[in-house]
Design a protein around this ligand. Structure first.
Ligand code: SDX
Length: 431
């Protein structure tokens, strides 16, 4: 039962310890082990945190068995269908859906933070022209604390809020500038009359030489992609942001740490890896060979975009993205449909293969997103940057929640030491 205490018994030594329970409004409850080491000298062991709740949170709820994802209690399917990314950002940050006036004020406030400090642009010239845009993102976002020291007192709620708004507002500008650096085109300034998503497309694809019209289909797709990527509970990059923030580091440094963690192919880097994988597979006739590689323990190859630590039936975002894929390809880029056909066939074969069924491996959010980005003209090396833009509001919301949590303290896990027992130093001539 959720509130009944647990008893930890060491039968050999006849010891027992009663442990309380921490319960949430929904989802699994937790055995409270906060005093376990102090009272028993025994640690818990959980590499990868398979069975560990690191905090209490009110932001996002996931039920991996039922394929449920809710932001502040609202189902992702309804937000994807009816909301906008700026409205979802307000919801994640402030806890409730805004009324019309609150939303307009928030949109206006964000617009006025989209520009970068002009000298920050020199930073880009320091990167090799073909630096990976994620490398540029980590560097530039980490450098923001060198430009915005007027809002770095993290104990001041006003400073925390303005830093949160600056980070959320500037990510598209920083990201688009990383792309422009990559293609040696001039960095494009944001335009205040454009929506958040239209502004991003404008900064990515317009040039000073001719007018640029944002395609509403592309704007709608970006809006949906950012909603689906906005938050996901205590995933690796969000946990990185929380751990960095627990030492009282400034929010710009914490978000830069989150970007670095997201870059890994086991996490947000998977969307780029999926496109590389589909391109390598090349044709439906090669699928069986790659399914066999994915199942072969001696082969490092994994089916990228498949599997999830929490979702064990389906990732609700993958289903929504599969439909968006169809729509965007039909309207914008049917020349990419062979890749989409290949992805659909790969999904169908994998989902009927015992190896994947037994291990509950299903397509995750990264399986289809890259195909959509490509159809929008966004290059593979920008896919994880897209994930970072969408996820920034989630990282910032968790950082804010942690900073307001009276229970928060510096995160400092212990270890099981397996190294050498004590030994005496040996002078070099005697080794
Ligand atoms: C994201 O946490 C989040 O919420 C993340 C995210 C978010 O929104 O923030 O949802 C975004 O990161 C999605 C995941 C993107 N990554 C990938 O698509 C990379 C490929 N998938 C995997 O590497 C893996 O599935 C993980 C990392 C996603 C999950 O890893 P787990 O939970 O640690 O599972 P595991 O590695 O222990 O695998 C369990 C079994 C193993 O086989 P056995 O040892 O039991 O025989 O499943 C196998 C694995 O070998 N397996 C795979 C596989 N994923 C797991 N085999 C082949 N292909 C795969 N993709």
């Amino acid at each position: 039962m959720a509130d009944n205490p647990y008893k930890l018994v060491n039968e050999q030594e006849g010891l027992s310890e009663t442990l309380g329970v921490v319960s949430g409004t929904q989802g699994p409850h937790a055995v409270d082990v906060r005093k376990l080491y102090r009272d028993t000298g025994v640690l818990t062991y959980d590499p990868g945190f398979m069975s560990t709740a690191s905090c209490e949170s009110r932001i996002t709820y996931i039920d991996g068995e039922a394929g449920i994802l809710e932001y502040r209690g609202y189902p992702i399917e309804q937000l994807a269908e009816q909301s906008t990314y700026l409205e979802v950002a307000y919801l994640l940050l402030y806890g409730d859906l805004p009324n019309r006036t609150q939303l307009q004020k928030f949109e206006q406030l964000i617009v006025y933070h989209t520009m970068l400090n002009e000298t920050l642009k020199n930073f880009y010239d320091g990167f090799h022209h073909d630096a990976h845009p994620m490398a540029i993102m980590v560097g530039v976002v980490g450098s923001l604390s060198a430009f915005y020291h007027d809002s770095l007192d993290i104990n001041d709620p006003k400073h925390r809020e303005i830093s949160a708004h600056r980070l959320f507002a500037k990510m598209p500008t920083i990201a688009a500038a990383s792309y422009k650096h990559n293609i040696s085109e001039p960095i494009i300034y944001p335009r205040n009359e454009l929506s958040y998503c239209a502004n991003f497309l404008h900064m990515m694809f317009s040039t000073p030489c001719e007018p640029y019209e944002v395609n509403p289909i592309a704007e709608k797709a970006i809006n949906l992609l950012f909603i689906l990527h906005a938050d996901h509970e205590q995933n690796a990059s969000t946990s990185t942001v929380r751990l960095a923030g627990s030492s009282q580091a400034n929010p710009f440094a914490c978000i830069a740490a989150g970007i670095a963690s997201l870059w890994g192919p086991a996490h947000g880097g998977a969307n780029e890896a999926v496109l590389d994988m589909l391109t390598e597979i090349g044709d439906v006739s090669h699928i069986d060979k790659y399914i066999a590689k994915a199942k072969d323990k001696k082969d490092k190859f994994r089916l990228m975009g498949f599997g999830h630590r929490v979702y064990k039936n389906f990732d609700p975002r993958a289903g929504i993205l599969r439909e968006v894929c169809k729509e965007v390809l039909e309207k914008l880029a049917d020349n990419d449909s062979p890749l989409f056909e290949l992805a659909l066939r790969l999904e169908e074969i994998a989902l009927n293969d015992d190896y994947f069924i037994q291990r509950k491996l299903y397509p995750n959010v990264d399986f289809y997103s890259g195909i959509i980005y490509r159809a929008l003209g966004i290059p593979n090396n920008m896919f994880t940057v897209m994930f970072a833009i969408g996820r920034t509001i989630g990282w910032v919301a968790h950082w804010m929640e942690m900073m307001n949590d009276p229970e928060q303290k510096i995160g400092r896990p212990r270890q099981i030491y397996k190294g050498s027992p004590r030994r005496e130093y040996i002078p070099i001539d005697k080794r």
